[in-house]
Design a binder for this molecule. Structure first.
Ligand SMILES: *[C@@H]1O[C@H](CO)[C@@H](O)[C@H](O)[C@H]1NC(C)=O
Ligand SMILES: *[C@@H]1O[C@H](CO)[C@@H](O)[C@H](O)[C@H]1NC(C)=O
Ligand SMILES: *[C@@H]1O[C@H](CO)[C@@H](O)[C@H](O)[C@H]1NC(C)=O
Length: 349
């Protein structure tokens, strides 16, 4: 009898460990602010950014988190960050005015590398190319065209890319078609061996589309929730070995709708072919990443899902709310950040 008890006790422990959201190890929480920018350099170094002028950095895998003050920017909303190392990072403040700052000394000093005071300007996301020099920032439409600026020196200087004013310009958007600055991942600059560069961008609002900003080669409607002010695509990631992409979104105002919130993309002759997962993520999702060609993670305000089959089926692993998930550029660590000043580490079996 005693033996039986021990076995049952042991089994119970094992089961609760597996079933529990133990995999989400919260490192920081409770402050009245929202993180939406996250950039993970390696297993030790990550940076996050968000509202109330907040920037944080860790250089020991999250054991200690350093809060960085940027004098004069205490009220700004830094919705995206791109970190190059423990010393160098670029942050983006969305509006009034739109600003980009860069540090090269671990956050002690910041230099203003971009400012635009145009009324209505609202930056949504940045991305860095694999060359670690080319960067792009995108913003909501000004005079009917999405805003785009680029840097070719890792964010030291920026230049606005003028509109083409032709019917071919995919930056021309429908009324109230825009982007959601929910995780800084609406934009992905990728390189395909056969087809060269693609600057992939996803939109939401009245229309949810996938566009190639570089060659205007596609401007395709996504099989995803759209038509409202809170619906559409929020995030895209790309895997170069399979030439596939995954897009997530949904309706952030009804964040438990678990349909039409994810699109799988296969590129054939430089054109995207869309399909839907067999089992979509379990609600609105604001960020998605590939861990490798088969395994993916997505998160949003209604929870975290993982897939082990390239995005065909998704399993809810936690109902905890996060805005953004990112993995180490070199390494295996996965971190999450979100509302209520939450930062967590995701440990997968
Ligand atoms: C962040 O700003 C909001 C709005 O101004 C405020 O209510 C909140 O208390 C601030 N959070 C912190 C941690 O200061
Ligand atoms: C792209 O799609 C939008 C609608 O979302 C449309 O207004 C625009 O004209 C299209 N542009 C091109 C070049 O097809
Ligand atoms: C794409 O898949 C390959 C093969 O599994 C992997 O080595 C690579 O890191 C993946 N890329 C991304 C961005 O996840």
């Amino acid at each position: 009898m005693r033996f039986y008890k021990i076995i049952v006790g042991g089994l119970f422990l094992f089961l609760t460990d597996l079933g529990k959201a133990q995999q989400v190890q919260v490192l920081e929480s409770g402050k009245k602010l929202s993180f939406r920018g996250l950039s993970v350099v390696n297993d030790q170094v990550f940076w996050a950014s968000g509202s109330n002028g907040t920037v944080v950095r860790s250089t020991d895998g999250g054991k200690t988190i350093q809060w960085i003050n940027i004098p004069g920017y205490e009220k700004r909303d830094f919705r995206d960050i791109e970190a190059f190392s423990a010393d160098t990072a670029v942050i983006m403040a969305i509006a009034e005015p739109a600003i980009i700052l860069k540090t090269t000394d671990g956050g002690l000093n910041w230099r203003k590398v971009f400012e635009d005071t145009t009324k209505g300007m609202f930056l949504d996301a940045m991305d860095v190319h694999e060359d670690r020099k080319t960067m792009m920032v995108v913003g909501d439409p000004i005079q009917g065209h999405l805003f785009v600026a680029m840097s070719f020196n890792s964010g030291d200087t920026w230049q606005q890319i003028p509109n083409q004013n032709s019917d071919k310009d995919v930056r021309k958007v429908a009324d109230t078609e825009a982007m959601f600055a929910s995780s800084g991942t609406n934009l992905k600059m990728v390189y395909q061996q056969e087809n060269g560069q693609l600057f992939l961008l996803v939109t939401g609002g009245s229309k949810a589309r996938l566009k190639n900003l570089l060659l205007n080669s596609f401007n395709d409607s996504l099989p995803m929730l759209q038509g409202g002010t809170s619906t559409g695509a929020n995030s895209i990631d790309y895997n170069s070995s399979t030439r596939s992409a995954v897009i997530v979104g949904g309706d952030f105002a009804k964040d438990t709708i678990a349909a039409d919130n994810c699109v799988l993309v296969q590129f054939k002759n430089a054109k995207p072919v869309f399909s839907k997962p067999l089992v979509p993520p379990h609600g609105y999702r604001s960020c998605v990443i590939y861990l490798n060609e088969k395994e993916l993670v997505t998160c949003g305000t209604s929870g975290i899902d993982i897939s082990n089959n390239g995005g065909q089926t998704w399993t809810l692993i936690s109902k905890e709310s996060f805005h953004v998930v990112q993995k180490a550029r070199t390494g295996k660590a996965i971190f999450l950040a979100g509302g209520n000043g939450r930062i967590a580490r995701l440990i997968l079996p």
